[in-house]
Write a protein that binds this ligand. Structure first.
Ligand SMILES: [Zn+2]
Length: 466
């Protein structure tokens, strides 16, 4: 279906965005549901260990779907397979679009779920299971869109590449990072579309559709804290590494680097339907904290994260035996950086936070870090995403947002390729609902959102000016 016809369809149903649940092209909805169900059932759970994930099983699902289309596999470790396929466009001047979906999912606490997290069943009008919103929903819709484009009598205008990757949930070491480092020519493109967008965010003046244009950087650090071993029966005056680590954790938690009002935060706040006084507070680094006080906790937590480099001490190991004063503690700190913050800045902040205890700590990297990244808002692609969102959800506006978690978009942005978190969700999915299901219990999605996302990818590769 052409972009133009999609507009017309949308126009025929003014004021009824929820009605798009059955359209606009149901032909794409059914296959996307089936591919999603198969991928959920494969349970490609990535727990961070190199042997987990085993995404080869989800690549098999995609291989079955894509059948005769030429595909390239990448498998830097056994079972950690990724897949690339390309459908050539008709217009050599049109930009090449890469649809980027990850194949792995995060672990579950199965006891907390109402339904089987790996059942992939359609229950009460929703597909249930781990990955239903992060992001097997989009990955399946991308694969189905590419199949559809290849089967159509007319080729898409833009060349489209679909890359299904392993290991996104553990930083992309065996997926997007490996492929962009080792096979860049294969995945070179003009735009990348991936997760974290197209979600209706309710507001007093009507919903806004968020699309991710930036994300925070990752600078995880392991802090090794030393003490002196001695007998636990005589603790007075001992040099106990656990005691030192406890004080370090306290200082890290109390540490507040200066708030930054950067352009992505400004763009987000400008579209916020709040009173002028609140606007001013949100754009004033000195008064941000006061603004958070009156907000819903989840919203305030996001607003804080997007305006601060954050430090979260999340894993601690220390001591060996109840009767021995420990001589070593390892503390893993999840550090997320704002645009412009370098590794040296991070180490300087740690030093400031720890004060004289900084001398007691050895710093090392947990994973290779990456800086915060962003993409311009004035591109033909972002324009097109705005128009598509307005066509599906009449009367809404697209707002750019910075994601505070990491995605594979960063590997492309670091090489100068604009990458956006996109997708298209029905009115049944709102940002708070999406956020509660993302890595949460009872993750699930309505089929309408699957069809709308598949249709978006088709519209985008047909709709970009050459
Ligand atoms: Zn994801």
């Amino acid at each position: 279906m052409s972009a133009q016809r999609f507009d017309q369809l949308a126009d025929q149903r003014p004021g009824q965005p929820a009605q798009h649940g059955s359209g606009p092209e149901p032909a794409l909805t059914g296959p996307t549901v089936e591919v999603l169900q198969a991928m959920i059932r494969n349970a490609c759970v990535n727990d961070g260990t190199p042997i987990s994930g085993q995404e080869v099983r989800n690549v098999d699902v995609i291989d079955d779907l894509l059948g005769d289309l030429h595909r390239q596999h990448y498998e830097p470790l056994p079972g950690r397979r990724s897949v690339l396929t390309t459908v050539e466009g008709s217009d050599p001047h049109a930009p090449t679009v890469l649809l980027l979906g990850h194949l792995d999912v995060v672990p579950v606490s199965a006891d907390e779920w109402r339904e089987d997290p790996f059942g992939g069943e359609l229950i009460d009008g929703e597909v249930w299971g781990r990955g239903a919103v992060d992001m097997l929903n989009l990955t399946s819709s991308m694969a189905v869109a590419v199949r559809h484009l290849a089967d159509r009598p007319t080729p898409p205008r833009s060349t489209v590449k679909f890359l299904g990757v392993a290991d996104e949930e553990a930083g992309g070491t065996w997926g997007a990072r490996w492929i962009t480092d080792n096979a860049w020519d294969d995945v070179a493109c003009d735009y990348v579309l991936t997760e974290s967008g197209g979600i209706p965010s309710p507001g007093p003046a009507g919903p806004r559709i968020v699309m991710a244009t930036a994300e925070k950087g990752i600078a995880w650090r392991r802090l090794t804290i030393r003490g002196t071993p001695s007998h636990g029966s005589m603790p007075w005056g001992s040099d106990n590494a656990v005691v030192t680590a406890a004080e370090i954790v306290r200082r890290l938690t109390a540490f507040e680097p200066t708030a930054q009002v950067h352009e992505h935060w400004r763009a987000w706040v400008e579209g916020l339907p709040v009173a002028a006084e609140m606007h001013e507070m949100l754009l004033d680094p000195g008064r941000l904290r006061d603004a958070f006080a009156g907000m819903d906790t989840t919203v305030a937590r996001y607003c804080h994260a997007v305006t601060h480099t954050t430090f979260s001490p999340n894993v601690i190991h220390g001591g060996t035996k109840a009767n021995t004063v420990p001589d070593k503690v390892e503390l893993d700190v999840d550090i997320r950086t704002l645009p412009g913050i370098t590794d040296d800045d991070v180490d300087a902040m740690l030093s400031e936070a720890l004060g004289e205890l900084a001398d007691r700590v050895e710093l090392s990297l947990i994973v290779e870090g990456r800086p915060a990244t962003s993409s311009p808002l004035d591109t033909p692609m972002f324009d097109l995403l705005r128009r598509r969102a307005a066509a599906v959800h009449p009367g809404t506006e697209v707002v750019p947002w910075m994601t505070v978690g990491g995605t594979d978009a960063s590997f492309f942005r670091m090489r100068g390729v604009p990458a956006y978190g996109a997708g298209m969700f029905s009115s049944a999915m709102t940002l708070p609902l999406f956020a509660s299901r993302f890595h949460g219990h009872d993750e699930r999605i309505d089929p309408a959102s699957l069809g709308l996302s598949a249709q978006l990818w088709v519209d985008v590769v047909d709709g970009l000016p050459g």
